[in-house]
Design a protein around this ligand. Structure first.
Ligand code: UDP
Length: 440
């Protein structure tokens, strides 16, 4: 029998492509073969960045594309992608199998919003698994949607019925119902999430980028949950959609140990102009250097105009896109002002960096709960009556988090636990082997 051959297909955003790439790298280390499917649109973007996707070819991974059926200027949200892409997949699988007669595709792995691919797998008689790229706790929340509706905690549109605290399962933390991961988007996206949960059933395993050390109650909600994280295969973002500005590493080399505040809000979140101003002025108030990622986006003009006139930025460095994992593991980094996306959360905890949390949407509030109240490795920002985190609050919280020896000690302890566990014989390594054996 040949080695397992996985066709992997991420929802085309950075926060899905990165962990699926890490997962694919882990599988290739076990001798598996990977066909990584990008949309044509994203393949062009990734090829332009450092270490473009094609570079991995010789490592048992190849890259193929299918169109998303959209024009370059179209809004690439999942509704349209889901409409257009499914038609292209069966032919792609047939073409690959015809080319690779000795090593046909044995399993399809898809991320959220792409689970139509798991249905395609079933029709073609191929095994199928789902990779959840956020926390196991947020998958647990989705899993319990029918129960949350039945218990009257949310209505059929996902809107919480009243302000209340809930506990999804006995070993999970108590949370505010408003921090459920579809919060903020309830009416708009909730029906799609409910529909997608039905497609998830086509996946034999729900692979979670987590461990029971991080989320003890959440990873055991269902026997389908298979924790295989944290996926930290390499510190290069071979799948980056933006060119990484590596000059910040040289700049970091010149800063004192544990002095720099790193600020990044991932690949999607956009700060409101007033919040952007407060953050800029807050960073100026710090008596220490900062490294701030201000992503180029379609909103570039709006963002650039938002730098207030009083902003000096003399102690800081601003980049469009950073090699984040390398940054977080640099000895000059003191703390991480983060939007709490799950990948950033894992990268932060695996580097032992204390957090300051500024969540925007979806699972980010639940991740903040784990960071601040469960692992206790970070602090929240308080907002004013207009929902803004003011510059003084930013200055105050940065000082507080850095003066708090307990937070740093817990961050290092958690890092040690996770990094040690990433070696062979850990729960996640065993689960990965179990998964590969199943796919054979
Ligand atoms: N990232 C990066 N450089 C940056 C900012 C972010 O490489 O300047 C990476 C980060 O390391 C993470 C991903 O982009 O792997 C963001 O994923 P996350 O889940 O944190 O947030 P999302 O972008 O999905 O909101």
């Amino acid at each position: 029998m040949g080695v397992p051959h996985f066709l992997v297909i991420p929802y085309p955003v950075q926060g899905h492509v990165n962990p699926l790439m890490q997962f694919s790298e882990a599988l290739t280390k076990h001798g598996c073969k990977i066909t990584f499917v990008n949309t044509e649109f994203n393949h062009k973007r990734a090829k332009n960045s450092v270490g473009g996707l094609d570079n991995l070819k010789e490592e048992g991974m190849r890259f193929v594309t299918i169109p998303d059926g959209l024009d370059p200027e179209d809004d690439r949200i999942f509704v349209s992608i889901k409409t257009n892409m499914p038609a292209f997949l069966p032919k792609l699988v047939q073409d690959i199998n015809a080319l690779d007669a000795d090593n046909n595709i044995t399993c399809i792995v898809a991320t959220m919003h792409m689970c139509w691919a798991l249905q395609v797998a079933q029709k073609l008689g191929i095994k199928a698994a789902f990779l959840w790229t956020a926390s196991a706790a947020s998958l647990a929340a989705l899993y319990f949607i029918p129960k949350l509706i039945e218990d009257g905690i949310i209505d059929s549109e996902g809107v919480q019925t009243k302000k209340q605290e809930i506990q999804l399962s006995p070993n999970m933390p108590v949370m505010d119902a408003e921090d459920l991961p579809w919060g903020g988007f309830a009416n708009k996206f909730f029906p799609h999430i409910v529909k997608e949960m039905k497609n998830l059933e086509f996946g034999e395993w729900w692979l979670c980028n987590s461990t029971s050390d991080l989320e003890p109650g959440a990873v055991s909600i269902s026997p389908k949950f298979l924790p295989i994280g944290p996926l930290m295969e390499s510190d290069s973002n071979k799948s980056s959609f933006w060119e990484e500005d590596t000059t910040c590493l040289t700049w970091l080399d010149q800063q004192p140990p544990e002095s720099v505040v790193y600020v990044s809000f991932g690949s999607i979140a956009i700060l409101e102009p007033n919040q952007f101003k407060e953050l800029a002025l807050g960073l100026d108030l710090l008596k220490r250097p900062f490294l701030w990622v201000v992503r180029p986006s379609n909103d570039n003009d709006k963002v650039n105009k938002a730098y207030p006139d009083e902003f000096h930025g003399s102690k800081g460095k601003i980049v469009n896109w950073a090699p984040q994992k390398k940054i977080l593991n640099h000895p000059a980094i003191a703390c991480f002002i983060s939007h709490c996306g799950w990948n950033s959360t894992l990268e932060g905890v695996c580097s032992g960096t204390p957090f300051l949390c500024l969540p925007f949407f979806s699972d980010q509030f639940l991740n903040r709960l784990y960071i601040c109240d469960v692992w206790k490795v970070g602090l929240k920002f308080d907002k004013d009556e207009n929902g803004l985190v003011l510059k003084e609050e930013i200055r105050k919280k940065v000082e507080q988090v850095l003066e708090n020896g307990d937070i740093k000690a817990r961050s290092l302890k958690l890092q040690e636990l996770l990094v040690d566990k990433s070696v062979k014989n850990s729960e996640s390594s065993k689960n990965l082997e179990k998964f590969i054996n199943w796919a054979k």
